[in-house]
Design a protein. Structure first.
Length: 512
């Protein structure tokens, strides 16, 4: 294998991940030519028609390019160990401010006590990946390196190849790395979003009271689904209202024709399309929101999933609940259902937080049971007898169904309450609670009867009715306040929705 011309590496030279690749390439004697990054935080290597994305994949490709190179280890076992360390480095030290950096350094110190390099007796891909990260952590004061780790890092930085990359490393730490660290601490960059270069929840932009002061001018990446999309200025601009489900509001994204990926918006990209937009937050000239995202020259838009507008059943206007039930796979995208989901999520979290803080034990009670807890008899039955009923009929004894042939060898039903099952735990663990789905088979199809719902059932030991009442009152207050503190926007939406529904009903001459 020969290298006729340098590989193209599209990446930001100030990124730590780019510096890992440059160092590995110098050690492996692989020529690279650096080009502008196409995706923030995602380096791309091109060799002819082959494109390799992400840091560790590129490191492995470089390590394998020359057959006589030992940078990927001198044996299969060493290569396997290097693979493990690359993945470990990405998981444990892949952020500007790693959450468990102390534990990671302790593990490295123990590993390096009797070693000069991470694997084998020579500088490898594992050393390249880890030494760049620790070099920056050490300079930024993120962590103080113990003796063996410091000795190893000095040996790595003394490598000729490291000195060749050191021109980019001398002076102040990479600005982007520092900016990302601040953003993560402030909650701007979402966890587990490295695949898209680190995205920002739209709620962090729209629900931030000081957004104009703190966020204006920042480059961010948002991902979501288009609620509306329209073109302007003879097709040179697109205005997109983007929602990612983190809040009820939509972020206006203004995409100019100079942005990378602009042409992809012109085909099969309308309401409902899945987009990634990277641009600058600017003050919005309109009054609906403080900021909007400008995607212009040097920025990028990417269509993850296009939509044919005429085939997409949801519109910007509100839809009836009956219509939404007919498109169950899409109804979570409606404002009403998404608000319900967020408020319900908050109330579920509040439930667990309240009882945990009061010393209760959470008990999982069975969903399938042979006991009718409340004695009503209106239960959904669970049976396997019907699967063969068409062939051989339902087995009977003395004119009655023979449940000994059933799965549980007795009648079984979906539970109507977890109370009966949780009470024995109360007599052993003291204060307990169960929180899960229950089922009722009352043949009544009104808004006041549910076939399935979740029920919270606490049981208190050594307590009387007054203790029980105090617990119930404290629980309700905690849940209501929890939702008010975290879901104000969603609750305001319900107020507006109810007011509009009442107005519509009044116009029809009815009662709401």
């Amino acid at each position: 294998m020969t290298q006729r011309k340098p590989f193209m590496l599209f990446a930001d030279a100030s990124e730590v991940c780019t510096q890992k690749i440059l160092l590995a390439a110098q050690v492996a004697n692989v020529a690279l030519k650096l080009g502008p990054a196409r995706r923030p935080g995602v380096p791309e290597l091109e060799n002819g028609g082959l494109t390799v994305q992400y840091t560790n994949a590129i490191l492995r490709y470089i390590g394998r390019f020359w057959e006589d190179s030992d940078i990927y280890g001198s044996s299969f076992m060493e290569a396997s160990q290097i693979d493990s360390w690359l993945d470990w480095a990405d998981m444990e030290l892949g952020r500007p401010r790693p959450p468990h950096v102390g534990e990671a350094i302790d593990a490295l110190e123990k590993h390096l006590e009797s070693r000069d390099f991470m694997v084998g007796t020579a500088f490898s891909l594992a050393d390249a990946a880890l030494s760049i990260s620790l070099f920056h952590y050490d300079r930024q004061g993120v962590v103080k390196l113990p003796a063996a780790t410091k000795r190893w890092l000095d040996k790595c930085t003394g490598q000729k190849a490291f000195k060749g990359v050191a021109g980019n490393l001398s002076g102040s730490p990479p600005q982007r790395a520092l900016q990302q660290g601040v953003a993560e601490e402030d909650g701007i960059i979402a966890s587990y979003s490295s695949c898209v270069g680190g995205r920002t929840y739209i709620s962090r932009i729209l629900l931030n009271k000081n957004a104009s002061k703190e966020l204006v001018g920042q480059m961010v990446t948002v991902c979501g689904w288009a609620k509306t999309m329209r073109s302007a200025n003879k097709g040179k601009l697109f205005f997109v209202e983007l929602n990612d489900g983190s809040c009820c509001g939509n972020l206006q994204v203004v995409i100019a024709d100079k942005a990378a990926g602009f042409e992809g918006l012109k085909t099969n990209c309308g309401t409902g399309a899945s987009l990634k937009c990277t641009g600058k937050l600017v003050e919005s000239p309109g009054g609906k929101q403080a900021l909007e995202l400008l995607v212009d020259e040097g920025s990028q838009v990417e269509v993850f999933g296009g939509v044919v507008a005429k085939d997409y059943p949801m519109a910007k206007k509100a839809h009836s609940q009956e219509f939404l039930r007919s498109i169950a796979h899409l109804r979570p995208r409606s404002s009403y259902i998404s608000c319900v989901a967020r408020v319900r999520n908050a109330l579920c979290q509040a439930t667990h937080e309240f009882f945990r803080s009061q010393g209760f034990v959470y008990v999982h009670t069975p969903l399938i049971t042979a006991a009718d807890c409340e004695g009503a008899g209106e239960m959904f039955q669970v049976t396997t007898l019907l699967s063969d009923a068409e062939k051989s009929g339902v087995p009977t004894v003395d004119g009655k169904v023979d449940y000994s042939k059933d799965f549980f060898a007795k009648p079984a039903c979906m539970t109507v309450s977890g109370q009966l099952a949780v009470e024995p735990f109360c007599c052993s663990l003291s204060n307990v609670y169960t929180f899960g789905p229950t089922f009722r088979a009352e043949n009544s199809h009104t808004s006041r009867h549910l076939a399935e719902f979740w029920m919270i059932e606490p049981e208190l030991a050594f307590a009387d009715l007054f203790d029980n009442m105090d617990c119930a009152e404290d629980y309700l207050k905690f849940c209501v306040q929890y939702a008010l503190d975290r879901n104000g926007e969603d609750l305001r939406f319900f107020d507006e929705w109810e007011a509009e529904a009442a107005e519509e009903e009044a116009k029809k001459g009815g009662h709401f």
